[in-house]
Design a protein around this ligand. Structure first.
Ligand SMILES: C[S@@+](CC[C@H](N)C(=O)[O-])C[C@H]1O[C@@H](n2cnc3c(N)ncnc32)[C@H](O)[C@@H]1O
Length: 197
C-alpha cells in the first residue's frame, strides 16, 4: 500500500518545532490523537523527553505507527492505543500536552471529542488540535501541498472540515473556555484550536 502521508513528510518536523517553540513542553505525557502513521508524534518525541501515547481508532494505522517509531530508535517511553477520541481511556487531568493533526474532521461527534480532550488534559497543560501545515512551512511547499491529495479535498469543503468563523462557532458549542484559534498564515482563516487549561 502506498503511504498516504508521504507528501507531508517534510511538514511534520516543522509542526513539531512550532509546538515546541510555542508551548515549551519537553517532559510529561503527550497524546497524539488520530495519530495515523505516527509522524507528528514521533517528530515531537525526537526533540523532547515526552512520554508519548500514539492513539488512533484504526488498529491498522497504529501498527504502521509502531513500525515507524521503532525505526527512529527513540529514547522516549512510547505507547500505542486503539481508542476513539469520543471515549478516551485516560483519567481526568492525565496529559501535559495533547496534539492532533488532521483528525478532527473525521470524528463522528466532534463536540464530544473536544470535551474528552479537555477532560484528560492536565490543569496547566496545552492541547493543539486541528489541521494544516504549520507556520514554518515555506510558501512554495504550502502552495504545492494545498493542491494535492487530501489537502485539496479539504479545500473543496469535505464534510467535517471547519475553519475561521465556523471553527469558532464550533469551539463555542463545546463549552470549553481558554481556547484560541490559530492560523498557519497571518490573515488566513484559522484551522487549529489551542486549549490552555
Ligand atoms: C488524515 S489522518 C491524520 C493522521 C495524522 N495525524 C497525520 O497528521 O498524519 C486522520 C486519522 O484520524 C483517525 N481517526 C478518525 N476518527 C477517529 C476517532 N474518532 N478517534 C481517534 N482517531 C480517529 C483516523 O483513523 C486517521 O488515522
Amino acid at each position: 500500500m502506498t503511504n498516504p502521508f508521504v507528501h507531508l513528510l517534510p511538514v511534520y518536523p516543522m509542526i513539531a518545532k512550532q509546538i515546541l517553540d510555542d508551548y515549551k513542553i519537553t517532559d510529561g505525557k503527550c497524546l497524539d490523537i488520530g495519530t495515523g502513521y505516527g509522524y507528528l508524534g514521533l517528530e515531537l518525541a525526537k526533540i523532547t523527553n515526552l512520554e508519548m501515547y500514539f492513539v488512533d481508532i484504526n488498529p491498522e494505522v497504529l501498527d504502521k505507527a509502531e513500525k515507524n517509531v521503532a525505526e527512529c530508535r527513540l529514547d522516549n517511553i512510547v505507547h500505542f492505543l486503539e481508542a476513539d477520541v469520543c471515549s478516551l481511556p485516560f483519567e481526568d487531568n492525565f496529559a501535559d500536552l495533547i496534539i492532533s493533526r488532521g483528525s478532527l474532521w473525521f470524528w463522528k461527534d466532534q463536540i464530544k471529542g473536544m470535551q474528552e480532550i479537555n477532560r484528560v488534559l492536565k490543569k496547566g497543560g496545552v492541547a493543539f488540535v486541528g489541521g494544516g501545515l504549520g507556520r514554518y512551512t515555506p510558501d512554495s511547499m504550502r502552495k504545492r501541498l494545498q493542491g494535492m491529495g487530501r489537502m485539496a479535498q479539504i479545500k473543496k469543503g469535505e464534510k467535517g472540515f471547519m475553519n475561521g468563523k465556523k471553527l469558532q462557532e464550533f469551539v463555542d458549542k463545546t463549552g470549553i473556555t481558554n481556547c484560541q484559534l490559530i492560523a498557519d498564515v497571518k490573515g488566513q482563516p484559522a484551522t487549529w484550536i489551542e486549549i490552555r487549561k
